[in-house]
Design a protein. Structure first.
Length: 316
């Protein structure tokens, strides 16, 4: 009878194998132990040196540089690189548009530039006046615009940005609840509603996602006071209506917000002033209040666009 090796399938004598028996193997020489602790420390030290070098190049104050963590440093570097891609040095400063402090103070809000996929490219420095967070602090939330939005506002903003991207040059509006500092929330009772108005523009030709940016002005929308006592606020106006939302009375301060005299609005329907895109939301809020009649006081809050007398739209 011929016996074959189970490994190489060559014929062998009985009880033999082409592999050396484990018991007859020569003991392997023990490898000297080599610690990688010093190598890891050397790599960390080298990374720290490079991060310090990057931090020193960032165009922010020395005080802000001292507070930067490694994550913040990399987030700011990525922001600058995205800005350099869309705004090359031969056409504009690498970080994007640069506006003086005096000019920024005249704006009703802050400027925002996004890449085609929603990445933050530029945030004007006066964002701290609107949200209570500096540009550096805002980047701690994430590197996309969706990271600084709250709740359902993310999906609404995503839909609007997709719509604007499909039709470059078309202006879109949407209101988003943006994250704010803890001090701001304690003072105002929550995050801040911001009206974002902008459009996608091709910054270089040929147009492509890498050369297209969403340029927007973000304007804060006045919040109701935390206690809901709007009547004590001189800068707010109040109106009363029939059940079909026809004006029966309105305070004189409506002129400041909408440009109409009080007499012009009495007898008109509130719906005649609404932006078409906000009609469904307003109708649902109207319906909810109507269905609660007889069950006690009811309140609904909405941010809507109303037609100004000069034919522009005002967020209220």
């Amino acid at each position: 009878m011929t016996i074959f090796c189970s490994h190489c399938h060559r014929p062998l004598q009985a009880e033999m194998s082409c592999l050396p028996r484990r018991g007859k193997q020569a003991p392997s020489a023990s490898k000297p132990f080599r610690s990688t602790k010093s190598a890891s420390k050397a790599r960390r030290d080298q990374i720290n040196v490079e991060l310090q070098a990057l931090r020193s190049l960032l165009p922010i104050s020395a005080q802000e540089k001292e507070r930067l963590s490694y994550l913040h440093t990399m987030a700011l570097v990525c922001l600058r690189l995205r800005g350099a891609q869309l705004f090359p040095p031969d056409s504009a400063p690498a970080a994007g548009p640069v506006l003086g402090t005096e000019l920024l103070s005249l704006l009703p809000g802050f400027l925002l530039v996004l890449s085609a996929d929603g990445k933050l490219v530029y945030i004007s420095e006066n964002v701290a006046q609107v949200l209570g967070l500096s540009m550096v602090e805002l980047l701690a939330q994430g590197d996309t615009v969706f990271d600084i939005l709250d709740g359902q506002a993310r999906e609404d903003a995503r839909k609007k940005l997709l719509l604007a991207q499909e039709e470059p040059g078309r202006e879109v509006w949407f209101v988003s609840e943006m994250r704010t500092s803890k001090a701001f929330r304690l003072q105002h009772g929550g995050n801040r509603a911001v009206a974002v108005r902008g459009r996608f523009m091709a910054l270089h030709w040929p147009a492509s996602p890498s050369t297209t940016a969403f340029l927007a002005l973000c304007t804060p929308v006045t919040r109701l006071p935390a206690d809901g006592n709007a009547g004590s606020q001189d800068h707010l106006f109040q109106s009363t209506h029939f059940l079909d939302m026809t004006f029966t009375d309105v305070t004189e301060s409506v002129t400041y917000y909408l440009g109409y005299r009080r007499e012009e609005l009495i007898g008109q329907s509130w719906y005649s002033l609404l932006h078409p895109e906000d009609a469904d939301l307003a109708a649902s809020q109207h319906r909810a209040v109507g269905e609660s009649l007889g069950a006690g006081a009811a309140a609904e809050t909405a941010v809507l666009r109303l037609l100004h007398r000069d034919r522009t739209w005002a967020w209220l």
